[in-house]
Write a protein that binds this ligand. Structure first.
Ligand code: AMP
Length: 465
């Protein structure tokens, strides 16, 4: 690891069981956000953290949280149960599962119980698990509120509250749910808010939630990591699939994460790759949780060569040392480019981000370059040059028309950014479910409380209580 801090974990004030778990995870040096967040959280104050996935933020809040809970054993309720003392809210099921896995990894030698909770599965198994006692609950908002509504969950003893990826939560329309959760949490608690971006909405939420927070910002937004080599291949509109196939075969790429704008585009691309003997699967909101989990697991193991994802579906995917990210279609929201390519070149290992840009997408590329403040090198792959007669055409997304050909300079650029990829869907089916393709744009990622499995509460360390 090449973190510029040479500090060791030992000097951060963490107890031995946690240091041991950190050693066993193979970490030698804390990342910049860990150096700053761990002491801040240990001191008991509120924290506002500006950090993207990949910075080590999870350990930055989980380690000190575990320590604070270990330091102050739980008081059991009248029925002898351990109350929920820490609540971590995440926007997606995938992220919830990953964060809870981190809680178990770092809390391996701590005697604390954790549980992950999200929608789409039966309530009863979750109720049973809650009854057995949970110190740390990692949840997506919808199912949490379902439980609260049914009085199967007591949040009145929460001492530490974490809002992870708060910007994505707001993007996904979770603000009303967050407000509902805040309303049922105790006034007196330690609150931590993590967000990759600081919009006015995030600031307003922070004002409401946090009390004299310590501000910690590591990698500034919109800065693409130096470790990522970026390249754009201008290509004919109809040649993208063949170019991708060519690049994968010619360079013998494995573990390629490919982004498309819409889920049907993802499916069509997978069919094409399969036809050319490249193992590929798509993950997006229409896939079952089982299919997504399997695709991700196979991809991580290196058994699946290509994973095709939409922006929202990819959110929260944590793959160490992902070598290649391909923008099969350029995102029309420039910030999504930063999020997409942030999947590679992580934790000190180099990565490559390739963009396939057709004439309709030149405007998107320019917007991205303006955002990241540098030009992306262009390189035409022989045999795949854009035909000289090709003129920009509008890109149609549902009812929306975007891109170079959509009027002068691209119709979308004047208004608020639109997010695409997965159709909006109601949360947890609580409001009747259903899939509404068009406005209001409330994008629905795979990880929202929809369908999926939950895990039993993991007992961390020896269950002595
Ligand atoms: P996060 O930003 O929390 O999603 O973490 C990104 C990745 O970095 C995860 O896969 C962690 O396992 C890894 N990681 C976290 N902290 C460290 C560290 N101090 N040294 C090396 N890897 C780390």
């Amino acid at each position: 690891m090449h973190w510029q801090y040479s500090m060791s974990f030992d000097s951060l004030g963490l107890a031995e069981p946690l240091l041991r778990a950190v050693r066993e995870a193979g970490y030698t040096t804390p990342t910049p956000i860990q150096v700053r967040a761990i002491p801040a959280v240990l001191s008991g104050g509120d924290v506002m953290g500006g950090a993207q996935t990949g910075t080590g933020k999870t350990a930055g809040f989980v380690l000190p949280m575990l320590q604070r809970l270990m330091d102050k054993p739980a008081t059991r309720d009248a029925k002898g149960r351990i109350p929920i003392r820490a609540l971590i809210l995440t926007p997606t099921r995938e992220l919830a599962a990953q964060v809870e896995e981190s809680v178990r990894t770092y809390g391996k030698h701590a005697r604390l119980a954790s549980m992950v909770m999200f929608g789409g599965v039966g309530m009863q198994p979750q109720i049973d698990k809650l009854r057995r006692g949970v110190d740390i609950l990692v949840a997506t908002p919808g199912r949490l509120l379902d439980h609260h509504g049914q009085r199967t969950l007591d949040l009145s003893h929460v001492e530490i509250f974490v809002l992870d990826e708060a910007d994505r939560m707001l993007d996904m329309g979770f603000l009303p749910d967050i407000k509902k959760v805040l309303a049922v949490l105790p006034q007196k608690k330690q609150s931590l808010l993590f967000s990759a971006t600081f919009s006015d909405e995030i600031k307003a939420l922070a004002d409401r939630l946090l009390n004299a927070p310590v501000l910690i910002e590591v990698a500034r937004r919109n800065q693409t990591a130096d470790l990522i080599a970026q390249k754009a291949h201008p290509v004919g509109r109809e040649m993208k699939k063949d170019l991708l196939t060519h690049l994968i075969k010619d360079n013998d790429w494995h573990q390629v994460l490919v982004f498309t704008r819409m889920k049907h585009g993802a499916n069509r691309l997978v069919e094409h790759l399969l036809k050319h003997d490249i193992s590929a699967m798509a993950i997006h909101g229409n896939k079952s949780q089982t299919a997504r989990t399997k695709a991700l697991a196979d991809f991580k193991k290196g058994e699946l060569q290509v994973l095709v994802a939409t922006d929202i579906a990819a959110r929260g995917i944590d793959i160490d040392q992902l070598p290649h990210v391909v923008n099969f279609e350029m995102p029309n929201v420039p910030e999504d480019y930063v999020h997409r390519i942030g999947r590679t070149g992580r934790a000190g290992s180099p990565g490559e981000a390739i963009s396939l840009v057709c004439v309709d997408e030149n405007g998107f590329l320019r917007d991205i370059e303006r955002l990241i403040k540098h030009e992306i090198p262009k390189e035409i792959v022989p045999g795949f040059a854009p035909p000289s007669h090709e003129r920009p055409e509008p890109i149609v997304l549902g009812r929306m028309v975007i891109g170079e050909g959509a009027g002068r300079g691209g119709a979308r650029r004047s208004g608020a950014p639109h997010r695409n990829g997965d159709a909006p869907r109601n949360d947890s089916g609580r409001n009747g479910g259903g899939s509404h393709r068009q406005a209001p744009p409330r994008p629905q990622g795979p990880g929202r409380d929809g369908r999926s499995a939950s895990r039993p509460p993991a007992r961390l360390g020896s269950p002595k209580r």
